[in-house]
Write a protein that binds this ligand. Structure first.
Ligand code: ZN
Length: 146
């Protein structure tokens, strides 16, 4: 398993160094700001859902620890272009993986986001990993309501 752990650590580092999906969240139809006071992480996520209910565009900005930034980046890669329902299902799976403290094996559908399974062991870091996902969830809920 240590080989996989190294791979996951590398993936998180790569994404924190070169985050994907960065851009102006206010340019999207829906945006939502999330703060994690215990760590000081801040993310504003923006998403535009098209007429077919797919995430046509997704951009975010933020600052914080490498886990919060890498997780928002991995999520952007995973969910840009997904339908609203798919995205909400993936967010639920990601949350379940983290809240289970690592006892729930990550769904294959989470792809690179499975790298954050190890984070579940550290209660203080779960909120870091969830931050961008919670912000996108709020955008999608809002888009569904309009
Ligand atoms: Zn953090």
């Amino acid at each position: 398993m240590s080989g996989l752990d190294d791979l996951y650590r590398e993936l998180i580092l790569d994404h924190s160094r070169d985050p994907q999906g960065k851009g102006d969240p206010q340019a999207e139809a829906h945006s939502h700001h999330e703060l994690n006071p215990s760590c000081g992480d801040e993310i504003t996520m923006g998403a535009t859902v098209d007429e077919d209910g797919a995430i046509a565009s997704l951009h975010w900005e933020g600052q914080g620890c490498s886990i919060s930034m890498a997780s928002a980046s991995v999520m952007s890669d995973l969910l840009a272009g997904a339908s609203r329902d798919e995205a909400l299902a993936r967010i639920d799976e990601f949350r379940e993986m983290l809240r289970s403290r690592g006892s729930v094996e990550p769904s294959e559908r989470l792809e690179d986001a499975a790298a954050f399974q190890g984070v579940a062991k550290y209660v203080m870091r779960i909120k870091c990993a969830m931050l961008g996902w919670v912000a996108l969830e709020a955008c999608l809920m809002e888009s569904a309501a309009t």
